[in-house]
Design a protein around this ligand. Structure first.
Ligand SMILES: Nc1ncnc2c1ncn2[C@@H]1O[C@H](COP(=O)(O)OP(=O)(O)O)[C@@H](O)[C@H]1O
Ligand SMILES: [Mg+2]
Length: 258
């Protein structure tokens, strides 16, 4: 397993959000995490990436212990994420937003930055080149000098993906990347997710409500409901599990799109 959660428990003021969750992602996979609103999906991402500290349990990434590490350290170890609500720096260009994601990888220290030592300039050049390559990869190179928040919403989501890729992750966590996209944009998101895995060798774990997208792109699906994993397996199998159908009943119609 590339990522493994064992008996992870998370609660807030007595409200249990994750109940002893065992979960894993194998290397090279495109995997989805689905479940009704409030199931604990985003909380699971927050636990993995060090934003939340679980009360119990263990998390390893490629055999290294991950649990309760700081978020920047988790990024350094090779896990990048995007957020359910787009988080871009308002006053920065597209390119600057992507470059801002790479400070975790910066080797030159603060002192060399102040003194502008050659090592620092080489580092800046490397960050610039990586950022341009990632913008090219997501198809936004021509927009690099625009203010990120002036881009169309679908493009802003791609800036976030470029920023995540620029940290050179081995695992990419995408939190509802298709939310707010039109059907053409969803189609090209499917292509992008496949290219991220196929061309860059990055494993992808996807939280997503659009079931046709999930069914189309995932090789494995895990279903979370009320903080418990209730089903796991290949898309066609999971889709027909009675417990999964039951968990989704009572959800808004727009979320029942399969
Ligand atoms: N920081 C927090 N403080 C208190 N409760 C939280 C916090 N984060 C998440 N929760 C609770 O955890 C539950 C799961 O939320 P979330 O992980 O966002 O679900 P999902 O992403 O599956 O919709 C919800 O009941 C939510 O209110
Ligand atoms: Mg969520």
């Amino acid at each position: 397993m590339l990522l493994r959660l064992q008996q992870v428990a998370l609660s807030f003021a007595g409200n249990t959000v994750l109940h002893d969750v065992d979960f894993g992602v194998e290397p090279g996979r495109i995997q989805s995490l689905i479940g009704p609103n409030g199931a604990g999906k985003t909380s699971m991402f927050n636990v993995i990436t060090g934003f939340y500290r679980p009360q119990r349990g263990d998390i390893t990434f490629d055999g290294e212990r991950l649990v309760r590490q700081e978020p920047h350290r988790v990024t350094q170890m090779g896990i990048a994420r995007t957020f359910q609500n787009v988080r871009l720096f308002r006053e920065m260009s597209v390119l600057e937003n992507v470059m801002a994601g790479q400070h975790c990888r910066s080797r030159a220290g603060a002192l060399s930055a102040i003194l502008r030592l050659p090592s620092q300039r080489a580092e800046e050049q490397r960050i610039l080149e990586t950022s341009l390559a990632c913008l090219d990869f997501v198809g936004l190179l021509e927009h690099r000098d625009r203010l990120a928040t002036n881009l169309a919403y679908g493009h802003q989501r791609r800036v976030e993906i470029a920023r995540a890729l620029a940290t050179e992750p081995r695992l990419l966590l995408l939190d509802e990347p298709a939310a707010g996209l039109n059907s053409g944009e969803k189609q090209s998101l499917i292509g992008l997710i496949r290219r991220i895995r196929d061309e860059r060798g990055v494993s992808v774990l996807l939280i997503e409500h659009d079931m046709s997208l999930v069914m189309n792109v995932s090789e494995r699906i895990s279903v979370l409901d009320h903080g418990r994993l209730i089903a796991e397996g290949a898309p066609q199998a999971v889709q027909n599990y009675p417990r999964v159908i039951e968990a989704y009943l009572g959800q808004d119609d727009e979320e029942l799109t399969w």
